[in-house]
Design a protein around this ligand. Structure first.
Ligand code: GLN
Length: 389
């Protein structure tokens, strides 16, 4: 048999997305793959309707349509204070997923090291392998997902050329404080490294926590490759619109990777999303309110059931402790949960490098009705799932 590539041998398909298929198979309420069930904001849909008749329907400029990049640069400036040149420092991509791949490809050579906090969003592991990079995992210590500066420094000492920083953090729901980010910045400066940020949950953040853009810290703009997405902010996960924001010299490389990976993000959708990028501040306050409500509703339900969890500071994910059920495999637990309790979750082990198997990740980006139905199902969890000794 002809041997296939080594690079595709060492990772599985995404467990997050696999759990969506498991949910569909068992008719479970899907709280595994995180996506909202509400419509995108009306102005986006109205613009989309216009685009259907008026175009554009052909390729946009590879890096992104000019009006979209300009609207995006304005939005970035408004929320982070960072001035971005839309002509040289932005690239629209097919979702944050492509953006992350472009960022890693543009900065890391095969054989070089990349630091990744663990638990981590599962794509990063596959991205590192596909780019030939060697990951060094730096633990975020449970139960509060804090990191030890000395452990992070050790990764840089071992030669990590970049750190992937997901903030607000998927799957933990942690929001890094300004002090934590400043301590990362100090190390990045000392060891002359990049930070590749994933800030797709920038607007899903709960009081009193605040999102600090890493690139806005003193001296960090030139070291930060920001990966972002419009999926979560505007409830358009299916549109596959993301972007990279980086200094010119990095962007030059990012754009080349993007050019040959995908040519460009969808032109009609780039046009329609301008209506989102131009929404007033009140829209973002409403997003925050909506998700604060959903978090509070869902966490109050978990409290009633008596399940332990880490209270999310941002994102729409919650890590729930399943240790009491005594399963050796959290994957098996989540399969039983989907089949018998009719709630879909992602096994926590798919986010950890360490042998941790006492968590499941649930998301709460759903209507009250769906969340209440899921909580109702979960309230029977101890009657249905038998504890394994
Ligand atoms: N970011 C979402 C999650 O973690 C969706 C991931 C995806 O499938 N692109 O569930």
């Amino acid at each position: 048999m002809i041997q296939l590539s080594e690079r595709t041998k060492y990772f599985t398909d995404s467990v997050i997305r696999r759990m969506t298929r498991v949910c569909n198979q068992y008719g479970a309420i899907n709280l595994s793959q995180g996506f909202p069930d509400n419509d995108p904001p009306k102005p986006l849909l109205e613009r989309l309707e216009k685009v259907a008749n008026n175009g554009p329907h052909q390729y946009a400029i590879t890096w992104g349509a000019k009006p979209t990049l300009e609207a995006l640069a304005n939005k970035i400036k408004h929320f982070s204070g960072i001035s971005v040149d839309p002509q040289t420092q932005l690239c629209m991509t097919c979702g944050g997923t492509e953006a992350m791949m472009c960022a890693v490809m543009a900065t890391i050579n095969p054989g070089e090291k990349i630091a990744i906090f663990s638990p981590f969003y599962e794509n990063y592991g596959a991205d590192a392998i596909l780019c030939g990079a060697s990951p060094i995992y730096v633990p975020l210590h449970t139960p509060d997902f804090s990191f030890d500066e000395a452990e992070l420094e050790d990764a840089f000492k071992q030669g990590a050329k970049a750190l992937i920083l997901c903030n607000p953090s998927n799957p933990s729901g942690k929001v890094f404080t300004k002090d934590e980010l400043l301590s990362i910045a100090k190390l990045v400066e000392k060891y002359d490294a990049f930070v590749i940020t994933d800030e797709v949950y920038e607007h899903i953040i709960f009081e009193p926590y605040e999102h600090v853009y890493f690139a806005s810290l003193p001296g960090m703009k030139d070291r930060t490759v920001m990966v972002n997405s419009l999926s979560k902010t505007y409830s358009i996960t299916g549109w596959r619109l993301g972007y990279v924001c980086a200094p010119d010299y990095v962007m030059d490389r990012v754009r080349k990777v993007h050019d040959f990976l995908t040519v460009g993000a969808s032109a009609p959708l780039q046009e329609a999303v301008i209506a989102g990028l131009e929404l007033p501040d009140s829209y973002y306050q409403d997003v925050k309110k909506l998700y604060t409500h959903r978090r509070d509703l869902f966490c109050a339900g978990l409290d009633r059931i008596g399940l332990n969890y880490y209270k999310p500071q941002g994102t729409y994910f919650v890590m729930v402790d399943i240790g009491e059920f005594g399963y050796e495999s959290d994957y098996e637990f989540c399969t039983d949960l989907a089949r018998d309790v009719k709630v879909g979750a992602v096994p926590g082990s798919s986010f950890f490098k360490e042998p941790v198997n006492n968590y499941m990740r649930l998301h709460f980006a759903k209507s009250d009705e769906t969340l209440n139905a899921a909580l109702d199902n979960l309230s029977k969890i101890r009657d249905i799932i038998k504890v394994r000794k």
